[in-house]
Design a protein around this ligand. Structure first.
Ligand SMILES: [Zn+2]
Length: 363
């Protein structure tokens, strides 16, 4: 019901009943509960003169803000979002060390300086177990079995949900972004960590121990890049931002800036990388046949020609995708994906079961 209001609000209760299949009495009951929780509000009555008056309802964005923490390899992004998933404020904090407790509690303190959220979502790369709220393995941070949820709940007293950044952004797309993603979606995330996520119907796939989506060591053609796993030519080792920066002899952000300004050598490096990502995208498309494949990558967003290069590679390599322009699309959250990812973990929990996320009205 909350998702129906998110999609269509302001909306009349009779329309909610029609769209959700709930009885008018159930809609009235849920509306009262969700209003009490500060998630819905009633708007002024409309109509009246002709027919029955009705009181439309909409999301109440005035009561709750959602906290988000995204942990990258070198920095944390902390953000507050409203219940529509809009980023209200964000801040980037370089990691003071790689000690997990220092990083997590420092990020939480920075978040609480922005405001008091009603729960915190945490997203990061690597292997994350959403069920236990722990980061099982994040090789680039050197973290193993970090109980992130318990640490943060203990420190803040707030409800905390933890998931991988790829799955977080799939939740965000399905709730707030591209509606085609609600049928089925694969997402390929390329930063320093390279991983994937898959959802079909209402289910984002986790698999046993939440290990789904680990494409870091997928072999790619035309690469001899050594990987920490002992082999050569693994996807993540080949296309990670660190590798591209090392090859160019520049920090990644400088390289990206040069490409944005039209520097031919930098653009060529990104096009080569986009084609390598296209190899992985084609394979994922063939295995999972999703409605859309979403690419989360800074160069796809910023560098002219990257998305086309990636799509061309998909057209060449995929056996089943004959229209990569339609199927392969950039993230809806380009430029704010990190700020969105953390909050999306909690928003997903909220929209799945608003009564259990322990939100209390605080007016
Ligand atoms: Zn490897």
């Amino acid at each position: 019901m909350l998702r129906t209001v998110l999609d269509h609000g302001p909306i009349a209760r009779s329309t909610i009943a029609r769209r959700t299949g709930l009885s008018p009495a159930a809609v009235t009951g849920h509306t009262a509960e969700l209003t009490e929780l500060g998630l819905l509000r009633e708007l002024p009555e409309v109509g009246g003169a002709i027919g029955r008056p009705h009181v439309p309802v909409d999301l109440d964005t005035a009561h709750h803000v959602i906290g988000g923490i995204h942990l990258a390899v070198h920095f944390a992004t902390v953000a507050l979002l409203d219940v529509r998933g809009r980023v209200l404020v964000q801040r980037v904090i370089p990691h003071p060390s790689l000690d997990p407790v220092t990083v997590l509690l420092g990020a939480a303190d920075a978040l609480l300086e922005l405001g008091r959220p009603h729960g915190i979502g945490v997203a990061t790369g690597g292997w994350v177990d959403e069920r236990t709220g722990s980061i099982i393995d994040h090789p680039l941070l050197g973290w193993r079995d970090v109980p992130a949820r318990d640490l943060l709940t203990g420190h803040t007293g707030l409800a905390v949900a933890v998931d991988s950044h790829s799955r977080a952004l799939v939740h965000a797309e399905r709730l707030l972004g591209q509606t085609r993603a609600r049928a089925s979606v694969v997402q390929l995330f390329a930063g320093n960590v390279v991983d994937a996520a898959f959802a079909t119907g209402d289910t984002v796939h986790h698999g046993p121990r939440s290990a789904a989506g680990a494409v870091a060591h997928l072999p790619v053609d035309d690469s001899t890049e050594p990987c920490d796993c002992g082999r050569t030519g693994c996807l993540q080792a080949t296309v990670s931002e660190q590798t591209v920066a090392r090859k160019a002899g520049l920090p990644f952000t400088e390289l990206l800036d040069l490409a944005k300004k039209g520097d031919a050598n930098s653009i060529a490096l990104f096009h080569e990388r986009a084609r390598l990502l296209g190899q992985a995208a084609a394979l994922l498309l063939d295995v999972l046949n999703p409605e859309i494949l979403i690419v989360v990558d800074q160069s796809v967003h910023h560098v002219p020609g990257c998305l086309s290069a990636l799509r061309e590679e998909v057209d060449v390599r995929s056996w089943i995708c004959d229209d990569a322009e339609k199927v392969v699309v950039p993230s809806s959250f380009s430029g704010r994906e990190l700020a969105t990812a953390g909050g999306a973990v909690l928003l997903n929990a909220l929209y799945q079961d608003p009564l259990s996320t322990s939100l209390r009205r605080t007016s």
